[in-house]
Write a protein that binds this ligand. Structure first.
Ligand code: UD1
Ligand code: UDP
Length: 379
């Protein structure tokens, strides 16, 4: 029996790792263990509940206004005793957070192999997204098994000549959506009061560190002006719990009749919200993968993206962080049906719902429990 320890700590990591944990649990030759760092607390716990995953270890590191160094140091020291106790044959990490980098480094210090889920996403700008771009590059260096969602992600890893084996698997977020997207009422009472039949709803999120300060002020000013210009549109914005984001969002957007600020939503509600919305505006990575699968146009509130596949397919546009351009692009989608129709097509460049199966197959193959590696995901 080979022991696989999955380590994650934030909401997006959990949404993308929980379906994989459930898949690993189904494999007879593997023992699946989970350690959460709880870099996020409430936002993480909501996802664990949605998927029914109970961690074996919980480092419980979150503190209000934590710095990147706090996160890195606490995960590095906290994970050591867990690795000693669990004695895994493989440590899985996901994506690009502080948890991801620090857990991979800790595994390396314990001479343990690392598997990197969602490997190979790059903007090639170390400052954006900050610090995620460099986190994922560093994990690429530490990992021996690289689970790249797309062929383009594999090319990025080849360009860096990473060591080990690369598998193209699709993104597990598409697998997660099989659990979450349905027609049932929302868990969040405020959302059940929104008239999705008669109003056009914009689902929005914004929280990234490189947007703190002026870019976030510009984004919120543009959304405010949009809401005032289009009274028949409702903006729904679940606000991240970061105090920086809470302050900025409330000062610009509170009190407008057609802007609904909510607590962070659980994954089921978030995915249902996007499914019932007209348009998505976001600086999130995950939403850029989910909305195209639901046929919803996306305006990305960033200057770059590590997810160019849906931009190439024409369903995602980079709006940047300037007030005027965000307002122009959103207004265009609300007033020009032809432009809207061009973007509102369901495309799935990020996965086919089989990513977890491919990753589990690849792990079994790596351990000699299977003769062939999985066939790569292709669009
Ligand atoms: C982190 C990740 C980012 C990821 C994002 C997902 C890093 C460097 N960044 O950024 O890659 O996109 O999570 O959301 O790892 N808070 C709570 N409760 C929660 C979660 C957060 O109160 O459940 C508050 C705390 O005050 C915390 C703050 O939010 O200090 C910021 O959280 P942190 O994980 O440091 O940064 P994120 O911006 O969430
Ligand atoms: N999400 C959620 N509730 C919210 C906002 C986002 O469940 O209130 C989900 C979203 O559907 C996606 C993930 O969280 O799966 C994205 O998280 P985030 O934007 O925090 O991080 P990123 O994807 O940029 O790393």
């Amino acid at each position: 029996m080979k022991r696989v320890l999955s380590v994650f700590g934030t909401r997006p990591e959990a949404i993308k790792m929980c379906p994989l944990v459930l898949e690993l649990e189904r494999r007879a030759g593997l023992e699946s263990l989970v350690c959460v760092t709880a870099q996020h607390r409430e936002m993480l716990d909501g996802v664990l509940k949605t998927f029914g995953v109970t961690p074996d270890f919980d480092l419980n590191i979150m503190s209000e206004g934590q710095t990147l160094s706090d996160i890195t140091a606490k995960v590095l020291t906290g994970l050591g005793p867990v690795l000693d106790a669990a004695k895994p044959d493989l440590v899985l990490v996901h994506g690009d957070t502080g948890t991801t980098f620090s857990a991979a480094l800790s595994a390396f210090y314990h001479h343990l192999p690392v598997g990197h889920v969602e490997a190979g996403l790059r903007t090639w700008d170390r400052w954006s997204p900050y610090p995620e771009e460099l986190n994922r590059c560093l994990v690429g260096r530490l990992a021996e098994l690289h689970f790249a969602p797309t062929a383009r992600n594999r090319e990025n890893l080849e360009r860096e000549a990473v060591e080990g084996t690369i598998f193209v698997t699709g993104n597990t977020v598409i697998d997660a959506m099989a659990y979450t997207v349905n027609d049932r009422p929302f868990g969040c009472a405020a959302l059940n009061g929104v008239d999705f039949q008669n109003r056009r709803v914009i689902a929005m999120t914004c929280h990234r560190r490189e947007n703190y300060g002026e870019p976030m002020e510009n984004i919120f000013t543009a959304v405010r002006e949009l809401a005032l210009a289009f009274p028949g549109v409702t903006v729904v914005y679940p606000v991240h719990l970061s105090p920086v984001v809470q302050r900025a969002a409330r000062s610009h957007l509170e009190g407008l009749p057609n802007v609904l600020l909510t607590e962070p939503l659980d994954a089921m509600d978030m995915h249902r919200l996007m499914d019932r919305s007209y348009l998505v505006m976001t600086d999130s990575g995950g939403l850029q993968e989910e909305a195209p699968a639901l046929g919803k146009p996306v305006l990305v509130l960033r200057r770059e993206t590590e997810r160019p596949e849906a931009v190439a397919a024409g369903t995602v546009k980079l709006a940047g962080t300037g007030r005027a351009e965000i307002l122009r692009l959103a207004s265009e989608l609300l007033t020009d049906p032809a432009e809207y129709e061009k973007m509102a097509r369901a495309v799935n460049p990020y996965g086919d719902g089989q990513a977890c199966r491919r990753i589990a197959d690849a792990i079994e193959w790596h351990f000699g429990l299977r003769t062939d590696p999985p066939a790569p995901f292709t669009v």
